[in-house]
Design a protein around this ligand. Sequence first.
Ligand code: APR
Length: 253
Amino acid sequence: MLPPIERAAELIARSKDLVVLTGAGISTESGIPDFRSPGGIWSKYDPEQFTYQNFVSNPAHRRSYWQMSLEIHPVLAAAQPNAAHVAVAELERRGQLRAVITQNIDGLHQRAGSSPERVIEIHGTALAVVCLSCGDRLPREDVQARVLGGETDPRCRECGGTLKPATVSFGQAMPERETALAFEHAERADVFLVIGSSLVVHPAAYLPVRAVESGAKLVIVNLQPTPCDEMASVLLRGKAGETMAALVELSAS
Ligand code: APR
């Protein structure tokens, strides 16, 4: 039996419809903490505080959210793509990759060279801000500057509505177009590659299941076990950067 990395490389080399699903684990080597590893974001902040309902209905909560963003957003804005993001962009450059479905909001896939039209951001993006009333969309940096300048609960300058980063919070509706597209790609994939996700948040965590149900081979690159491990054809228990660099190298030959 070939070593797992070589079996995964063989699947990828032969793949005609490769689809990638990434989670926060692909960005930790870029300095962005993930959510559920020891020391991750949910070990510092209570996810209950981050529900959509709380943000919309509770001005005091919005103020503390924006206050906290003064500390967290600069880390995300300064992060650079790492070897794993670059490897995914390389798979696209070779013409093998149909789509990168990402749960991440950091825009690092696009910064690594993945074509924006092939990146499906199913949890939105932290790089933009939207008005929850009129839908006006602004660059995040413009609103961060306003918060830095003392606006503790920035309002829409078009209609006075509440402004919120264009991310999908718990309890908020998923983006319809992106979600439908993600499931379409999962159901058409011949190889479905998961990189850096605990696969515990739905509907994203259904994507590998639907891919396998539709006949895809599942490859998981993750430091910790996931609920989808038993259905994987290959499990690569390692760091995303070095594992993906090796995979791209081996699947080129
Ligand atoms: N290499 C490989 N795997 C890694 C690395 C790394 N360098 N760093 C972390 N991981 C793994 C962790 O072991 C963990 O299993 O990545 C996984 C990250 O899981 P989560 O922190 O749960 O992140 P994610 O799966 O993206 O969470 C999904 O939950 O809170 C919501 O909206 C948020 O999009 C997020 C969603």
